[in-house]
Design a protein around this ligand. Structure first.
Ligand code: ADP
Ligand code: MG
Length: 441
């Protein structure tokens, strides 16, 4: 209570005046003569001191009886587990998981960001990595969902909620650094900031926290790269797709369906299809059509999940037709009950909107090329200098709007614009005020 009042920079008398709580009651609280004030009194005081969520939580916890720091340190034990635990098995991602947990296990990697387009599976991968570190290395994990608004003040009644509140506040550039650092101290721990998308600029508080807590690691998931010094970016692309089928008559059809079913994207899509339409047995022809739908949806898990829900209305063949002609129609998932926040369609549109005009024009141009171009070919086709093209393609791959296709042997990397954003890119490029001319200089 005293710490909070000093932070607010006011005297006991001033606080009494602002809060309508008597000076005497304030003094009793500060000197520990009264340990259990009424909730309403506490609210009046916290309001008068204009306490943020984190300080408010600390004040409430202090009032619960035990000294706040002891409660917190106990809460911050190995039982601090990532939440919520995923219900379904993760498909594929073996290498990504190995890379991520490998980096988290080394001493010098302290700040990692998984970046990729909305719905690609960043949260899912982070959950899996956090769970592994928690169960295997008994690492305490503090999981903060940055994509939902902070709970309204006064509700942070558990130590865990207070810890989460401080972490959320620090990550957004607010107060709470000292409180959090005093609990974590020199213990090994993992802080996950999931869906940390609303940061306009680097947040020095996060680096301070890392400097203050020597064995703390921070794992961020975000749709766009954070420009924080020392931040290691892990771009996450969509699930691998089956190789495109040879054109008709080129070769005998592969005994192929079972082959395609082993691809992570197809395996995941088949599980969604199976849930939606148990009557659709995975025959060769069903698997082949599902594989084509996956291709049209770029192997983006959330797109496939949303699209599968349309099987309530459409046949599989119809779904494929729409996925190829207008995939966005299938991913406007705001009506799905388990989707909180924005639908995938809106998120993809926002990602394209955030591009500057140059990038948007370029993405539109790249989207018009047949998939499988190299940076060099794109540079020639769009008459853009090779260095500019390399830089822009790099940025677009990092944002996940362009995907790298499986390499055929030793040759140059080949790329393709996500089918899901092709139409958006074309619209945006049409609206952009200049064309490639501006890039040639
Ligand atoms: N490898 C995977 N295996 C199974 N389900 C996945 C996988 N990747 C993503 N999902 C599912 O797809 C949806 C979107 O993934 P999510 O991790 O929320 O994406 P992001 O955080 O990148 O927006 C979630 O329902 C998630 O459980
Ligand atoms: Mg996420």
């Amino acid at each position: 209570m005293r710490a909070a009042r000093r932070w607010a920079g006011i005297t006991q008398e001033q606080l009494a005046g602002l809060s309508t709580v008597s000076v005497r009651a304030i003094r009793d609280l500060e000197q520990g003569r009264v340990r259990h004030p009424r909730r309403e009194t506490l609210r009046l005081l916290a309001d008068a001191m204009r306490l943020g969520d984190a300080r408010r939580a600390a004040l409430e916890l202090a009032v619960e009886g035990a000294p706040a720091d002891t409660v917190m340190r106990e809460a911050f034990g190995t039982e601090l587990a990532p939440s919520p635990e995923p219900l379904r098995r993760m498909v594929g991602r073996t290498e990504e998981l190995r890379a991520l947990t490998g980096l988290l296990a080394t001493e010098h990697e302290r700040l990692l960001t998984v970046v990729g387009v909305a719905g690609v599976g960043k949260t899912r991968l982070a959950q899996e990595a956090a769970l592994l570190l928690h169960t295997r290395d008994r690492m305490p994990v503090l999981w903060v969902d940055m994509s939902t608004p902070a709970p309204t003040s006064g509700t942070a009644r558990s130590p865990r909620a207070a810890l989460t509140g401080w972490a959320r506040s620090v990550a957004a550039g607010g107060p709470g650094l000292d409180e959090l650092a005093s609990v974590v101290r020199d213990r090994a721990a993992l802080l996950v900031l999931d869906g940390h998308d609303a940061v306009p600029r680097p947040v020095p508080q996060l680096l301070e926290l890392l400097h203050g807590c020597e064995r703390l690691k921070v794992l961020i998931t975000a749709r766009e790269p954070h420009r924080t010094p020392g931040n290691r970016l892990l771009p996450l692309g969509p699930l691998p797709l089956p190789a495109p089928e040879p054109s008709a008559g080129a070769a005998a059809p592969l005994p192929g369906a079972s082959l395609a079913a082993g691809e992570p994207a197809v395996e995941l899509m088949l599980s969604y299809v199976g849930h939606m339409r148990p009557d659709l047995l995975p025959t060769d022809s069903v698997v082949r059509t599902v594989a084509r739908v996956c291709q049209a949806l770029d192997g983006v898990p959330r797109a496939m999940e949303s699209a599968a829900s349309w099987l309530l209305l459409h046949s599989l063949e119809e779904l494929l037709r729409i996925a190829r002609s207008n995939p966005l129609e299938l991913v406007d998932d705001t009506t799905l009950s388990d989707v909180n926040g924005e639908g995938l369609k809106a998120l993809l549109a926002a990602a394209v909107d955030r591009l500057d005009d140059t990038q948007a024009t370029l993405l539109g141009g790249l989207g018009a090329l047949a998939d499988g171009w190299t940076a060099e070919q794109a540079s020639a086709a769009l008459a853009v200098p090779a260095t500019t093209m390399a830089r822009e393609v790099h940025a677009l791959v990092l944002r996940g709007l362009v995907r790298r296709l499986p390499a055929a042997g030793e040759g140059a990397s080949r790329f393709g614009v996500l089918n899901l954003v092709r139409g958006l890119a074309a619209d945006r490029a049409g609206a952009a005020p200049h064309r490639f001319g501006a890039l040639v200089h």
